[in-house]
Ligand binder design. Sequence first.
Ligand code: COA
Length: 194
Amino acid sequence: MTEGSERRERHKTFPRRISLKDGRVATIRLMVKKDKDKLLRFFRGIPEEERLFLRDDVTKPETIETWARDLDYSTILPIVAEIEGRIVADATLHRRTYGWMQHVAEVRIVVDPAIRGKGLAHALLAEILDIARTWGMEILVSELIPEQKPAISLVKSHGFKREAILHRHVKDLSGTPRDLLILTRRLAEEEPRP
Ligand SMILES: CC(C)(COP(=O)(O)OP(=O)(O)OC[C@H]1O[C@@H](n2cnc3c(N)ncnc32)[C@H](O)[C@@H]1OP(=O)(O)O)[C@@H](O)C(=O)NCCC(=O)NCCS
């Protein structure tokens, strides 16, 4: 198998086990339709002050049901991390397969508060970056609210740079207008990896 084909197959190597800083082991794999209830439970465990800044109301069964119903790994690749049968993180890579943004993909990551600070987001973002490369993506985007400081620090530590800020561009779940910070990592402009 060539290096290229090995990389193309990468997400097919799921499920995979990763060790966290505290010695616990998480299994990472693709989300499947039957994860609906586990995912809802996971998102309901995210503190309200953080959910406020997430794009969708993830505590509504309809939101998760729509994700499960419309699962299409060629446009949205959802990766979950599990510990002892519970979902403890969700990371997604979103792209369009047509139009002027087909070379651009967006990343989103949420980790269970009880498992934070143990390197899970680092590991998931590294996976997402690898998959984005195998998809041939040229630009990765992270769209965040300035209050999402840990997430901003996370993506910056993976080479994302602040690109723009759109003032009062989005409304949080309570309806309050918020700035939208756009960070990108331009994969196509990077030196090829050894
Ligand atoms: C951002 C988030 C995913 C990080 O998850 P995590 O598993 O705790 O992250 P890790 O332990 O892998 O740490 C990764 C990096 O995140 C940043 N980070 C994590 N917690 C942080 C904190 N409390 N303050 C500042 N930076 C923090 C750091 O850069 C850290 O790297 P370092 O440990 O080398 O300094 C998690 O805090 C989260 O789910 N936040 C709420 C959801 C959210 O805002 N998601 C982004 C929108 S899609």
